[in-house]
Design a protein around this ligand. Structure first.
Ligand SMILES: NC(=O)c1ccc[n+]([C@@H]2O[C@H](COP(=O)([O-])OP(=O)(O)OC[C@H]3O[C@@H](n4cnc5c(N)ncnc54)[C@H](O)[C@@H]3O)[C@@H](O)[C@H]2O)c1
Length: 405
C-alpha cells in the first residue's frame, strides 16, 4: 500500500463505513505490500525475533516498547529509526502498525495479547500463550472471530517433522497409539543455576517502568533480580512446563490430533538448583487424554545426556522426534513384518515468515490461538497438579482460581 492509499484507508476507516468496519486496517494489504511491525518486550527472545522478522522481505520494524531503558537503547542500535516507549499502550496507539510481536514475560502475555487484538493489529505472541487458564479462555475468545492473524511462538508447529509425523500416522504406519514419551534435559556447570541471569549494573529503579512489569501483581519496592529472573518465580512464570514442555506437547497434540488432557499429574521439585527459585528443576508429568493415550514428559537440569525428544509408540511402528533433526521411523515387526525404517524428508518452514505471509494473505498461520490454548491448558494443568500435590482433572483445573491475579 502506498502512503497515499494507506492514508485514504485510514480516513475511510475513521468514517466508520460498514464496508470498512468489515475490513480493519491490515486486511487491505496487498501481496507486495510492506508490513509494519511493532514489538512489545525485547529482551533475549525479542532480540532473536527481531532478527527473524528483519530477514523477512518487505517488513519494516517501526516501534518497540519495553519497560527497561537498556532494552530500548539496545534495539535503537539495531534499528536506528525505531520509535520506543516504556509503555506498550503508546505502541498500540500507532495507526501505522499492522502486526505486533509480543515477547514479554509470561504474566504479561494475556494483557498484551488482548490489547493488541483490540487495537485491530495482527499478533505474533510468544508461548506459553498465557500464565493461567482463565487468561487462556480470555485470549482464545478474543482471537476467535476477530479476523486478526494470530501466530503463537510455537515454532515446531512449522517443522517438517510435524508434517511427516501427521502423514505417517494418516498412512497407518504407526497403528494404535496408547503411549507417548517425551523428555527435555539440560545441565549447568557446578555452582551456576540454569536460567539464572546476571543483573546488569544499570538495572535501577529510574531505568525501569516497574509498575508496567508488575502488571497488577501486588505493589512492592523495585526488585531488579525478579525483573531479570522472572522465570524462577510462580508469580511471573510457569516454570519449565511453560518454557519447554509447551513446545513438545503442542507438537504431540497436533501430530495425534489430541484435545485438552482429561487429567494431569506432576511430581518433582527443586532438587538441583538450590538458589532460592520456586519453580522445579526436576519434573515428571503424566497427561491422560480422552482418546486412551497417556503422554509423559520428564525434565531435568542436572543431566543432558539424552537431550530432548518425543517418542510416539504405536502398535505398528515407532516415531522418534528430536528437535532440529529429521523424524525417524521404525516398524513394529509384530504387526508390520515387511515394514522398513525411514527418515522424514520435509523441510521446516520459517515460522516468522509464515506469520508475515498470513498478514498479507489473511490465511491461518501454522500455530493459531487454538493450539496456543490447548497447549497452555496442558501446561497449567501440570503446574496446578504439582502445586496442589494431587492429580487434577480438566474440570477441576478449569474451576480453580489462580493464586495471583
Ligand atoms: N519460542 C521460543 O523458543 C522461546 C525461546 C525463549 C523465550 N521464549 C518466550 O519469550 C518470552 C520472553 O522471554 P525472554 O527470555 O526474552 O525474557 P526476557 O526477560 O529476556 O525479556 C522480556 C523483556 O520484556 C520486558 N518487559 C517486562 N515487562 C514488560 C511489559 N509490561 N511491557 C513491555 N516490556 C516488558 C523486559 O524488560 C525484557 O526486556 C517468554 O514468554 C518466553 O517463554 C520463547
Amino acid at each position: 500500500m502506498t502512503d497515499q492509499t494507506r492514508r485514504t484507508f485510514l480516513q475511510q476507516a475513521a468514517l466508520g463505513t460498514a464496508a470498512m468496519l468489515a475490513y480493519p486496517p491490515s486486511t487491505v494489504l496487498g501481496a507486495n505490500d510492506r508490513v509494519r511491525v511493532g514489538m512489545i518486550g525485547v529482551g533475549d527472545r525479542g532480540n532473536d525475533l527481531l532478527g527473524q522478522v528483519k530477514s523477512v522481505s518487505n517488513v519494516e520494524i517501526v516501534a518497540m516498547a519495553d519497560v527497561y531503558s537498556r532494552r530500548r537503547d539496545h534495539v535503537k542500535g539495531r534499528v536506528p529509526d525505531i520509535q520506543t516507549s516504556d509503555d506498550y499502550r503508546r505502541l498500540l496507539d500507532m495507526k501505522d502498525i499492522d502486526g505486533v510481536i509480543v515477547a514479554s514475560p509470561l504474566h504479561t502475555h494475556a494483557r498484551h495479547f488482548v490489547d493488541t487484538l483490540a487495537a485491530g493489529k495482527d499478533l505474533y505472541a510468544e508461548k506459553t500463550m498465557t500464565w493461567s487458564i482463565p487468561e487462556a479462555e480470555k485470549c482464545l475468545a478474543a482471537a476467535t472471530g476477530s479476523g486478526r492473524v494470530v501466530q503463537i511462538g510455537l515454532q515446531y508447529q512449522s517443522s517438517g517433522s510435524l508434517t511427516d509425523a501427521k502423514q505417517w500416522i494418516r498412512d497407518g504406519w504407526i497403528g494404535k497409539v496408547a503411549q507417548v514419551e517425551s523428555w527435555m534435559s539440560r545441565n549447568t556447570p557446578h555452582g551456576k543455576g540454569q536460567w539464572v541471569r546476571e543483573v546488569p549494573s544499570d538495572c535501577t529503579a529510574d531505568k525501569v517502568n516497574w509498575s508496567g512489569f508488575l502488571n497488577g501483581r501486588s505493589d512492592r519496592p523495585f526488585d531488579p533480580f525478579k525483573l531479570i529472573n522472572w522465570r524462577l518465580f510462580w508469580e511471573f512464570s510457569g516454570g519449565n512446563c511453560a518454557e519447554n514442555m509447551v513446545h513438545q506437547i503442542a507438537w504431540i497434540m497436533t501430530a495425534l490430533d489430541l484435545p485438552e488432557p482429561s487429567a494431569a499429574y506432576m511430581s518433582g521439585g527443586v532438587f538441583s538448583e538450590k538458589d532460592g527459585r520456586e519453580v522445579p528443576d526436576t519434573i515428571a508429568v503424566t497427561l491422560d487424554f480422552p482418546k486412551d493415550i497417556v503422554v509423559t514428559w520428564q525434565s531435568t537440569f542436572s543431566n543432558k545426556h539424552y537431550g530432548l525428544g518425543d517418542r510416539i509408540l504405536g502398535s505398528d511402528g515407532t516415531c522418534e522426534h528430536h528437535f532440529d533433526e529429521a523424524l525417524e521411523y521404525w516398524p513394529e515387526k509384530t504387526n508390520r513384518p515387511e515394514g522398513e525404517s525411514m527418515k522424514g524428508k520435509t523441510h521446516d518452514q520459517d515460522h516468522m515468515k509464515n506469520w508475515v505471509e498470513c498478514i498479507r494473505s489473511r490465511g491461518t498461520p501454522n500455530a493459531p490461538a487454538e493450539i496456543g490454548y490447548r497447549s497452555a491448558i496442558a501446561v497449567h494443568m501440570a503446574n496446578l497438579s504439582y502445586r496442589s500435590n494431587k492429580r487434577i482433572t480438566l474440570e477441576e483445573a478449569k474451576a480453580s482460581t489462580p493464586e495471583f491475579s
